[in-house]
Design a protein around this ligand. Structure first.
Ligand code: MAN
Length: 452
């Protein structure tokens, strides 16, 4: 009789522990069982009796499908343990590789085979991680140098920019000077030519002028004549400055207006000044001087344009460098090496391009559609890059690209898709994404599986 009771207790206990992890078995040792999460106590016989006493979490039925909210634990010895929803229990399908979710004899144990397959995958992943981490270390060394030089380069560029800006200022003032001289030269030439023509015309007109009151030999048309000792005018107009003498007034109609005389004198002086400059810079003649001035001006303008281009280039370079300084390249700057690079992948008729920290594009021969500019890292830090504000989708939102980063031994886009219209996804492999922590976790998983 005692033996029957003992056997029954053993069988009942085995049944009672179906679907329970070994480290949870102690909970099923007493006469009563506590549905801990639900705060309800049931008799031990109620465990796995195919009736749900604790419906909130199904804790009293770990090995049957009686509770909708229950969960079944497969031990899967030799492989990995697994938790299933209790609805998978005794449904005729082998969900656990050890077949424990179905009646004995229904399933073949596939745990060792599955373990081998997964082990192979994990060993490969460990190899990739190791190689990637090694490659990353090399890249990071280069990044450290680049980043250390970055500040210095910005400072050097600023000094260069200042030098080129000063050069532009100098060239501008030289250009203004030469343009002004050219303008004066041309005006002077026009004035001289104008005066010569006018003088010629006047001469022609004046020659027959009978009204000129003085004989031809008395005409005053030369500055030098001013100092002539033999005053050439009729005696009555000569003014000997003896005290008390009143000068004999010069006939009004023949007087030269003094204001006109002043203006004319100034113009002559300017013209003379300019031509003096021409002559001093070129002893050939005025025409050659003027040509030289023009060619000097052109060469200054050419130099000015080149210097202005250089200033712009330097400004752009500085702007780019400053932007670089604000980018988050990862916790240890492990993604810095990707800055400035672009990668492509072909899918159907499209070539997709992605430049980490830059832009992404979809190209089809003649068209290039902007799929977004890098904005930020995704929610999982340094595992996802988000590119936003791309070209507007027809009748829809602006295009975006989500780039998932995976560890790889080299940089390449391995996958591209458009899961919803104008919203693109890529997988990008890079040594920069190979994480030492991931390697440790994977190695621990492999070790655990071998021990299991
Ligand atoms: C283009 C491409 C496609 C996109 C449609 C939306 O053809 O960018 O990827 O789905 O536009 O109109």
């Amino acid at each position: 009789m005692l033996a029957v009771v003992f056997i029954c207790l053993c069988v009942c206990l085995v049944d009672a522990l179906r679907g329970v992890a070994s480290d949870m078995e102690r909970q099923f040792e007493g006469r009563d069982f506590l549905c801990e999460r639900e705060g309800k106590t049931v008799r031990i016989e109620a465990v796995n009796d195919d009736f749900c006493d604790c419906p909130l979490y199904g804790e009293d039925e770990p090995g049957t499908s009686a509770c909708a909210m229950g969960s079944f634990y497969c031990e899967n010895k030799g492989f990995m343990p697994k938790n299933l929803p209790s609805s998978n229990v005794d449904d005729g399908l082998c969900d656990c590789c050890d077949g424990s979710d179905e009646s004995p004899g229904l399933c073949v144990n596939t745990c060792k085979l599955e373990a081998l397959e997964v082990q192979r995958e994990w060993m490969n992943a460990i190899q990739v991680l190791k190689k990637g981490i090694q490659a990353k270390a090399g890249l990071m060394e280069e990044s450290t140098d680049r980043m250390a030089n970055h500040e210095k380069e910005v400072e050097a560029l600023k000094v260069q920019l200042k030098k080129h800006e000063d050069e532009v200022e100098k060239l501008k003032s030289k250009e203004t000077e030469l343009s002004e001289l050219k303008r004066l030269g041309e005006e002077a030439r026009n004035l001289v030519q104008g005066e010569e023509i006018q003088e010629g015309e006047e001469k022609e007109e004046e020659e027959p002028d009978e009204s000129f009151p003085y004989p031809e030999e008395y005409r005053f048309d030369n500055e030098e004549d001013k100092g002539d000792e033999d005053f050439p005018y009729p005696e009555e107009y000569k003014f000997d400055a003896e005290e008390g003498d009143e000068p004999i007034p010069f006939p009004e109609e023949h007087k030269v207006d003094s204001a006109e005389e002043e203006t004319s004198g100034f113009i002559h002086k300017t013209i003379e000044g300019v031509f003096e400059w021409f002559k001093s810079s070129n002893d050939e003649n005025d025409a050659i001087s003027m040509d030289k001035l023009k060619s000097d001006l052109e060469s200054i303008q050419k130099k000015l344009r080149t210097a202005e281009f250089t200033v712009n280039d330097k400004k752009n370079e500085i702007e780019k460098k400053m932007k670089y300084g604000t980018i988050d390249f990862g916790a240890h700057n492990e993604f810095e090496s990707l800055f400035g690079l672009c990668f492509e992948i072909q899918k159907q008729s499209y070539t997709f391009e992605m430049c980490p920290f830059g832009k992404s594009y979809q190209k089809d021969g003649k068209n290039s559609i902007h799929l977004g500019t890098f904005q930020k890292w995704g929610d999982q830090p340094y595992k996802e890059m988000l590119f936003e504000h791309g070209q507007k989708c027809w009748n829809g939102p602006q295009r975006t690209t989500k780039v998932q980063l995976k560890c790889g031994t080299s940089n390449k886009i391995t996958h591209v898709d458009e899961p919803s219209i104008c919203s693109y996804e890529m997988v990008f492999e890079s040594p920069s994404a190979c994480d030492e922590v991931d390697l440790e976790l994977l190695e621990a998983k492999v070790a655990k599986m071998f021990l299991h």
